[in-house]
Design a protein around this ligand. Structure first.
Ligand SMILES: NC(=O)c1ccc[n+]([C@@H]2O[C@H](COP(=O)([O-])OP(=O)(O)OC[C@H]3O[C@@H](n4cnc5c(N)ncnc54)[C@H](O)[C@@H]3O)[C@@H](O)[C@H]2O)c1
Length: 266
């Protein structure tokens, strides 16, 4: 049975990595997916098998429904237009995945620049706030589904929002903001049957983390800190996102779903 049949989903940062895996997984469950990103092509350095094809093309080639909408997740006008485009195309918005995120490299706060901080906060923290704002506004306007559910929001945070990660000050601050925004919104919109949850992944094989995985000392350090004996993947995140988007997750809200091979269990 398709778990997301005919539901309309937006995924930000959908061209690469986690966003791409989530968009593909949702489409495989029958969702119509608006794939949004700064550009349609995947980031170089990713681990995707079909990296030369755009996410929306892969979905349509597999018989699913998808479209690409260019939007900068840190710009209010772009995010408002993104939600409007989804509604114009398919009449409603059932699932919003705020996944677009950036990481500017390992530095302590001594060397991190004000520009690093502003850029990281603009995309990772404000971007999620904007995505929630415009998605929830639409979900409140539209008719709820038969079971009263108005929509589901999934924010991609990080274990860096739950614990400190060495040399990632702005990134950890931005993900901490996502974690507690998620809890806050869950309270305000539970009465409206809008779930707001976050996924907190550990280190995964995506373009963002390739520099870590190609540095043998860093890779060994990550392996030593991760009890589960393999590196995480975008598909590990996509499987949790699919559960959170589905009816199986109806009573889950305001929760942080850690998927980190046990990194934060110690
Ligand atoms: N890779 C990891 O280990 C890891 C761990 C925890 C959390 N995360 C989070 O997962 C999310 C996705 O990361 P990823 O590893 O897939 O990275 P990635 O770099 O492979 O993909 C990120 C995508 O987001 C897009 N993007 C960046 N800025 C954007 C903006 N302003 N507007 C729209 N799109 C934008 C990029 O173009 C890219 O396609 C991020 O929020 C990241 O912080 C990643």
């Amino acid at each position: 049975m398709m778990r997301l049949k005919n539901q309309v989903a937006i995924v930000t940062g959908a061209s690469s990595g986690n966003g791409r895996a989530i968009a593909l997984a949702f489409a495989a469950e029958g969702a119509r997916v608006v794939c949004s990103d700064l550009k349609r092509e995947a980031r170089e350095g990713g681990y995707e098998a079909d990296i030369k094809s755009a996410t929306d093309s892969v979905i349509t080639e597999r018989g699913g429904q998808a479209m690409f909408v260019k939007a900068d997740a840190s710009k209010a006008g772009d995010v408002e237009t993104l939600v409007r485009r989804a509604v114009e195309a398919w009449g409603r918005l059932d699932i919003m995945v705020n996944n677009a995120g950036v990481f500017t490299g390992l530095k302590t706060i001594v060397d991190e620049t004000e520009e690093d901080y502003d850029f990281t906060m603009a995309v990772n923290a404000k971007g999620v706030w904007l995505g929630c704002k415009f998605a929830i506004s639409q979900m409140l306007k539209q008719e709820p589904r038969g079971d009263g559910v108005r929509g589901r929001i999934i924010n991609i945070a990080s274990i860096g929002g739950l614990v400190g990660l060495a040399q990632e000050p702005a990134y950890c601050a931005s993900k901490g903001a996502v974690v507690n925004l998620t809890r806050q919104l869950a309270l305000d919109f539970a009465p409206h049957k809008i779930n707001v949850n976050a996924i907190c992944p550990g280190f995964l094989a995506t373009a963002m983390v390739r520099p870590f995985l190609e540095d043998s000392a860093l890779k060994a350090a990550l392996e030593a800190l991760t009890p589960w004996p393999r590196v995480g993947t975008a598909q590990d995140v996509a499987k949790i996102a699919t559960y959170l988007a589905s009816d199986d997750a109806e009573w889950a809200t305001g929760a942080m779903f850690t998927v980190d091979g046990g990194f934060t269990a110690r």
